[in-house]
Write a protein that binds this ligand. Structure first.
Ligand code: NAD
Length: 522
């Protein structure tokens, strides 16, 4: 297995030191290290030597060799299932360590990370279970034929993942890919690769053969693009911004490889007059500010019906103020919301807020600084952005149309159902959407009309290994989770056996016979 070298930074507790890499024997000069920072303090917490292009090439070839060897690709479903179950157990034992790493590298609140990482073993167990229950089939062909259909793996697959849920997104992709028998190369975000490197250490302990799962912590345009364009890579599965997905899709298409892309979003949340007010406020707050608004399904366009508007906004703004007052050290379990990922991202968010052409900021709209009232943490050092609510923006404004990926939401009032649905669909994205109402018929009618791959009714951002996840329009192509994901990491193989006797075959299958014309065709 190719492992990157990491150099712990001076103030780092991070201990991944056991990496050996093809780069060590490579003639290529070493690349600029990736410096991983804690966004809450600006401190460098790790320095990682990214793989050279020779190392990436060797990693792909080694993944291909191990695929061809059959040690994993042809292992029995039972043995693959056992390894995934063991990996789930090992991960379960390390949840709090992994959550701590995630908080350090992303600045997300530890409460969120403990909850999120705590659920990841479910994905490994779900696909382990699918392996034990998934069955091939016999096609009802004509004549004396037995046509059985199996699913076989694709080969070497590459997964390219973002910074916002570093381990969740890898595990969502990795579990079906490994279950199906592929060899997997993962390129994590350069901003947050540490939890995945730590997780990769569990893989061999779980019994995964060397070379079946390799982490390549390089940069997108170099390592990511090299992987995506490699002819031995038979599928690329990327979660990224829409622009990144589009550019990778073009490369993958030219190799005729499979492609799954989970891309950007701008989720609408429609709150109808008859919604339960407090549940809706709590749900919208969760939708909008979990992960500091850095999720692809963040409720960023809050569309509220006229009669509930005033009361909703009053309670919602109180809630947002309460979230802001309880922002402190992300490692503090009492902290309500963390940072955004980097200075660069914070500046972009603030530019979008301050250069808008319409709308009024009701709360927030600025970088947080000074001492946290929660725990005296110095917010000035980190990338903390005040949760922000902007009222009445034009639908042509960038802040309505584009993904902000920060704790910023826009709110808009509507009168009738048709207007609410039209506003919700007024977006190039179509990933997540929320509907809050106590009217059963309206709930289903509106869910049916919303152009999104995921619609939540009276809840938001539910995710489960069995529940399909993916977007319409410019939010991507393909789905994660469920049987669909396992099938997308495999391909059917149809085996057709002639069960006729030799005598029958001699008569029926001699197409060029000089006598008779009742011969089979196709
Ligand atoms: P990003 O597009 O900047 O990077 C994502 C990954 O792509 C990183 O690993 C990066 O190194 C790699 N990459 C970038 N340019 C590349 C290139 N030219 N070739 C190959 N790889 C390249 O995204 P991000 O800022 O890390 O993540 C945020 C984005 O991800 C948001 O748009 C968000 O909506 C989206 N996202 C989508 C989902 C979903 O399920 N649809 C989930 C999470 C995040």
């Amino acid at each position: 297995m190719i492992r990157p070298k990491t150099r712990p930074a001076a103030r780092s507790w991070f201990h991944v030191a056991q990496y050996k890499t093809a780069a060590a024997q490579s003639s290529e000069p070493l690349l600029e290290p990736l410096l991983v920072r804690n966004p809450a303090t600006g401190d460098i917490i790790s320095s990682i030597e990214p793989p050279t292009s020779e190392a990436v090439e060797e990693a792909v070839k080694s993944a291909h060799r191990v695929y061809e060897s059959g040690v994993w690709s042809k292992a029995s479903p039972l043995s693959r299932s056992n390894v995934l179950s063991k990996l789930a157990q090992l991960l379960e034992e390390r949840v709090s360590d992994m959550a701590r790493i995630e908080t350090l590298q992303t600045g997300r609140a530890i409460r969120e990370m403990n909850a999120q990482i705590g659920r990841l073993p479910e994905w490994l167990r779900y696909f382990a279970a699918l392996l034990r229950t998934h069955q091939g089939f016999i096609a009802p062909t004509q004549g004396k034929l037995l046509n059985y259909v199996n699913r076989v793996p694709l080969g070497v697959v590459a997964q390219i993942t973002p910074f916002n849920h570093p381990l969740l997104i890898v595990v969502k992709k990795l579990a079906p890919a490994l279950a199906a028998g592929n060899s997997v190369l993962v390129k994590p975000s350069e901003l947050a690769p540490l939890s995945l490197l730590e997780f990769s250490e569990l893989a061999s302990a779980a019994g995964l053969p060397d070379g079946v799962f390799t982490v390549l912590p390089g940069r997108g345009p170099s390592t990511g693009a090299q992987l995506a364009s490699h002819p031995l890579v038979r599928k690329v599965d990327i979660t990224a911004g829409t622009q990144t997905g589009r550019s990778i899709g073009a490369i993958v298409g030219s190799n005729l490889a499979a492609f799954t892309a989970e891309l950007g979003g701008k989720a609408p949340v429609i709150v109808f007059n008859d919604a339960d007010l407090l549940s809706a406020v709590n749900g919208v707050a969760f939708a909008s500010f979990i992960a500091s608004g850095q999720t692809c399904v963040s409720g960023t366009r809050i569309i509220i019906q006229d009669k509930i508007y005033h009361n909703f906004m009053k309670v919602f703004l109180e809630k947002v103020g309460s979230i802001a007052r309880r922002i402190g050290n992300p490692s503090n379990p009492m902290s309500s919301m963390g940072t955004v990922i980097s200075e660069h991202h914070l500046e972009r968010i603030h530019r979008m807020v301050s250069s808008r052409n319409s709308g009024k900021v009701l709360i927030g709209g600025y970088r947080m600084s000074g001492i946290s009232p929660l725990d005296d943490f110095d917010l000035s050092r980190g990338c903390f952005y005040h949760p922000t609510v902007i009222e009445d923006v034009d639908v042509q404004d960038e802040i309505w149309e584009e993904e902000i990926f920060g704790p910023v939401v826009v709110v808009k009032k509507f009168a009738g159902e048709a207007e609410g649905v039209a506003l919700a669909n007024m977006s190039k994205y179509g990933l997540g959407a929320g509907v809050w109402t106590s009217n059963l018929s309206q709930a289903h009618r509106v869910a049916d009309s919303i152009q999104a791959g995921l619609v939540w009714i009276n809840t938001h951002h539910r995710n489960d290994p069995s529940s399909p996840w993916g977007g319409m329009k410019e939010s991507g192509i393909g789905r994660e989770n469920g049987i669909e994901a396992l099938e997308a990491y495999s391909q059917s193989k149809s085996v057709i056996v002639n069960t006729a006797t030799a005598e029958e075959s001699q008569v029926q299958d001699d197409w060029f016979s000089e006598v008779g014309n009742k011969r089979r065709y196709g």
